[in-house]
Design a protein around this ligand. Sequence first.
Ligand code: PMV
Length: 325
Amino acid sequence: MKATAKAHTNIALIKYWGKRNEQLILPTNSSLSLTLDGFYTTTTVDFQENLTEDMFTLNDTPETGEIFRRVTTFLDLVRRLAGKEQLYANVKSMNQVPTAAGLASSASGFAALAAASTKAIGLELTDAELSRLTRQGSGSSSRSIYGGFAQWEMGKEEDGSDSYAIPIAPQEHWDIRMAAVVLSSKMKKISSREGMRRTVETSPFYDGWLQSIPADLDGIKKAIQAKDFTRVGEIAEANCLKMHATSLGAKPPFTYWLDATVRVMHQVQEMREQGIPAYFTIDAGPNVKVLYLPEHEKAVEKILREIPGVTDVILSKPGPGVTYL
Ligand code: PMV
């Protein structure tokens, strides 16, 4: 009972920021992302009758702590769904997400785990069912089931049955590019979970964030269909700034930005003044992702690499959805 699956990470252009149910991972807003080809996780799940507990190795290192706990808790969901509660697995994951890239590997990690484990245990799920399941491991992983652009529908039901991602445009739709700009950082990290909780509970800006989502989603979907780069970039950059503004209003306030983060943001805006269309987005950390078009790749990379505090720039194209190996 063995299967291997590969899933790519995704970066949200309209961010998921806030939970209405922490246990089931149900969001307070719908979100939309681009799956990237450069960063992925390959996971093999082998259910064996003779095992008395799960085993998990990540990049050839056995894991026992919090990461292991999240994996076994997720496998419990899969076992329950299959009616095989006493069947344990040997799980091996390889992360092709450069460790220093500061890119969350939880999206590709849980999507690959969900795909490999359900296949190995004999479940046949639709993409929507797989997305709904993997959502309970990591919210953003619900979008990594699909290639290209995907939208995670927040849903309304208390049980989460209508909270899963749907495809918006496939990988081949549009050759838009994204650069991951890596910064040196020793800052103590506030997890996305803690950051969301604090802003939902205390930020007076949180309502404004929520109110702005429907128009952002509607606008960006039209712009993606029309391949209107300026419109996509403007909406994504503004949406990211609104998300980060909620954290400044939280109690106690916090920000994910470093001085180098702000330098990159300014430089991207400066590129536009020089006639190079580029836009930024930032997740729950200091690193910046920059959207651009293929014809500007050389210029964008050169400018980004010269910014003080930038340690690496990793370029990516749109990536595929989950595949089985
Ligand atoms: O799914 P998580 O817990 O990795 O949260 C992701 C949150 C953001 O990256 C900030 C936004 C998003 O939609 O991916």
